[in-house]
Structures are given as structure tokens and as C-alpha cells.
Design a protein around this ligand. Sequence first.
Ligand code: M6R
Length: 607
Amino acid sequence: MCGIVGYVGKKEALPILINGLRRLEYRGYDSAGIVVHSGDKALVVKSVGRIDHLHEKLKGHKISGSVGIAHTRWATHGGVSHENAHPHMDCSGQLILVHNGIIENYRELKKELSSKHSFKSETDTEVLAHLIESYYDGDLRKAVEKALSKVRGTYGLVAMHTQEPNKLVAARLGSPLAIGVGDNEYYIASDTSPMLAHTQQVIFLDDGEIAEVTDKHLQLYTLEDQRVYKQAEHIDWDEAQAEKQGYDHFMLKEIFDQPTVIQDAYRGRLDLENGTAHLGGFNMNEEQLRQINRIVLIACGTASYAAMVGKYAFERLAGIPTEVDVASEFRYRDTIIDEHTLVFAVSQSGETADTIAAVKEAKRKGGVVRGIVNVVGSTIARETDGGTYIHAGPELAVASTKAYTNMVTVLLLYAIQLGRLKRLTIATGERLVKGILEIPDKMKQVLAQSEQIKALAEKYKGYGDFFFLGRGINYPVALEGSLKLKEITYIHSEAYPGGEMKHGPIALLSGEFPVMAIVTKNQLYEKMLSNVEEVRARNAPVILVATEGDEQVKSLATDIMYVPSTMELLEPLINTIPLQLFAYHMAVILGRDVDRPRNLAKSVTVE
Ligand code: M6R
């Protein structure tokens, strides 16, 4: 949560910072602020609301300078107000700071500082600004180091001081920070998206590191003042991938990206001849892999639904007992992990606080921990001892779509690879590989129905509650469809396995409670049809996701979204798409802020 941008170089900082904030707005969007060192002063402008408000407000100021920092906020400590917006300053107004994370001991620090310092906001960040002030004697990096030695909590921060006008100091513990390396210029940000227009050479700060950046040098240290030397990494993502490219919303673009980006997830990893997949990320030899006797998948939200698809695949193809654990529960349970347990952390951002904590816990217990991550260089990618990038490209809408698809794909590839070492026949392996190669065209067929799905959303826009039903491999699809609908339309919705309805939830059904059921032709088809009959008997409107050409379902449905058939294990790659489109169109029709729904942030970097 919260996005940070910093620039030091020779160019005008203001447009770089504003454009950078726009890239990071998905991380939080309740207030924003900016500071540019201009002449001998630092000019701070803040505003409640979106970056557009800040931009408007900036039009009334003359700001020129080539050093600055900026912040977009997702409130944790202190409400949404001008005072609580970042940047925060010390008493003198010379030390200015932006911060992402939580200073857990801010109350005690505030108490200690309050006799000599006056506070303007309710935030933990302002306490940090005053703490740094109390150590400042002309060397900003040293003062930040000393202050951070007193702090408990998490931070990605960037500080500047008017007495050292060409310098930024950045530090990280638990909240991500990357530094883009240009030609005598540096870009600092919470992720690489603000810097892609300027450079693809990036240094990722690790926990406990602090950077001193001027237009002439970048020096890295540990918090114990030891020099650290790192090479910049080349980032493949380019600026164009982070644009809407003519679509009305990032979410729609990302839904339509799926037939293309799924190919990036499997390219070079499929082996049709041997009916298998090759992912280097296991970092284990075949003997070690054969000894894996349990798999645990840890993730949150949409990533956890992708992980559920992985569970079905690992169990069916490799015969390995597999559990999915929501990371926020895993970290506080007495989970049983040993050296034969393979743990996958699944995350788009690679920065989800609960998933990171669960990774650390699984490692402490001796598990083999691997990452399935989208953002290159992110914390989970670095904390795990191997794993695979899903290559979905930048996903900027808060609601995850293409990252889900690519997570499912990579999990399927892992399951096929493990399966071939265990019990999967070459013939079934081949069919799966062929099936995956056909998915992009089948996805396009579903996407071509976008306008019909929009008409359906129009028809159902007046309903305040929805049910999503699925069984087997389509149960996670129902969960994902329901999450998409509620997070971007704010309509109440629930997802259940079809057979579970009659154990309670069916009491809710009436003509006012539409049910979206996934009834594609797989081994549970007949069972699902019976569940749909039960729904119809309660007069609930029924919208079906059904296999193309299935005439039988017509008599059961109020409306149908047809999808091409594929192998059962691959169905989530196709069946989720109409549900994404339904949620998207519904949100647009209801006038919601599709890409930035209320109360949410893309990366949940706090507990
Ligand atoms: O970055 P992650 O994949 O770890 O994020 C996990 C969830 O926060 C995320 O999937 C969330 O549920 C999305 N808003 C769903 O669309």
C-alpha cells in the first residue's frame, strides 16, 4: 500500500514525479503529495483524493527543480486528510520524508520526542521525520541510519534535506524500493513502473539496505554502515505494456491481453514430444523431486483461487497431497512443514505482506519454498530459493485478471512436470500440452462475446445479490468470479461448491437472487445440472457458463454464456473469462471506478 517516487538528476523533476505517481496510483489513492527542491527551498504540495486533484492543484504553483519525492497514500495510521497526506516534515521544514509501511512503535517514539517536537499529523511517518531530525548533524544518511535503529516495523522510505539539496536517501525494510539507473540520474520507486519510460536498468534494495543517491553517484550501505555493491538488473517490461492502449480501462485491456500473455507463461517451457513441461524453478534434481510427498500453496485473494486450481492439478496429475493455505492464516497456525514439503508462494506483486510472512515461516520450518510471481525482483521472488516468473507483464487494474491466468498456467506446467516424474502417462501429458497450446484461440472466442456479456450485465444490473456455483475444478472459478464481481461493482456475492448449497445457503434463494453456475461438460456435469435444478425450483434466475453446442442446458437457464470445450484441468483458463467480463461490464454500467475500486489497493503490503 502507498506508492513512493523519487528523482534526482538534471531533468525537471515535477513531470517525472507526477507521471510516476500515476503509475503507482494502484497502490493507494486516498491522498497524494509531492515536494520538489526548487532554488534554496523545498516546495511541498499535497491534496486529498486522486493524483488528478494533486495535478490540478500544482497548476497554481511555479515549480522548477531537478530533485524531488512524491507519494500516493492508502491510509493506515490517521484518516484521509491534508495533514496526514505525505510528504511529512520535521519541525524546521527542512527534512522531508515519504514512507510506505508501518512504524509499530510510533506511539512510544512520539512520546519521547513530544517535549521538543511539535506534530501536525496523526501519522507514524511524521514521527519518523522528527526522529531523523533529532539525529541530524549535516549528514542525512547517517541520521536516517540512526533513526531506523530505533524503529520497529516496516518501511520503504525516501528522505531529502534542504541542507543537502542534491541528495535523496532511501531505505527499505519490508516495503519494496527499486532504483532506476539513468545517465547521471536516478529514479526511486515502490516498483519499476514509474521508471520504465526512462531506464530498464534497476537495482532492487534488500531489507536492511540504505541508499544515498545524488545526480553523480549511488552508494548502498547496510544499516550498520557497511558498503554494499550491486549490479543493476535489466528489466524486460517496457513502457507500452503499462499503457491502456486504447481500452477504456486497464482491467479491460488486461482481460483482452490474456490470449497473448498466456503464451509468455508457457513459451519455451512445453515439451510436446515428451508430454511434459520444463520449469527450471524447482532447483532440485529428479531424485529430490521424487521425494516431495506434500505440496502447500500459500497465497491471498485471486492468487489463492489460482492456487486452488493448482491443488486439483497436483493431486490429479502427480498424486501428491496438496493444500491451499490463505497466507494470513498460514502464518499464525501450527503448520506442519518438513523438508519433503514443497511450498509454493503464489503472488502477482510479490509484495503481499501476509504471503511474505508465510514464506519466511515456511522457510524457518525447513520447507522447500518456491515462488510463482509476476513482478520481477519483488520480495517473494528474492525471498524464495527458486520458482518461476509468470510473465503476465504489468498488471495495473486492482482487480487481477491476466495474472490469475498466468498463475494457473504456471501451476499446470509444474503439475505436468511433477506428474511425468510420478504417474502421468506420456499420452495424457501430450494431450495436456496440446490443450494448453490451443487455449489462446479459445480465449479469443470468449472475448469475442464481450458485447453479449455486456448486454447480460445490463439486464442484471438491478440485482443486489449474486451466487456463483461450481464444482471440482470450477469451484475456484466460481470463487474468482464472485470476488471479481464484489470487488469492482460492490454488489454482494457469494461462491459455493454446487453440492454445498443445500446445507444452508439455499435458504437465501428467491427470484431476487440470480445464480451464476458453471456447468461445462466435465465429469461433474450431471451433478452440476442437479444443483441448477435445485436453484430453479427456488425461482432464482439462472445464468450458466456452458460448453458450446450444449442444447440440454437451455431448458434450465435464464441466460447462457457459451465457452469452447477444453480438457477439464484447463477449464479455468477459459471459464473464468466470461465472469471477468461480466464483472467488468457491470462495474462500468453502475458507474464504478473499475481500475481503482473503493477501499482497495493493488499490493497489500500491510498485515
Ligand atoms: O499481489 P498478490 O497476488 O499477492 O495479491 C493478492 C491479492 O491481494 C489480490 O489477488 C487481490 O485479491 C486482487 N484485488 C483480486 O482481484
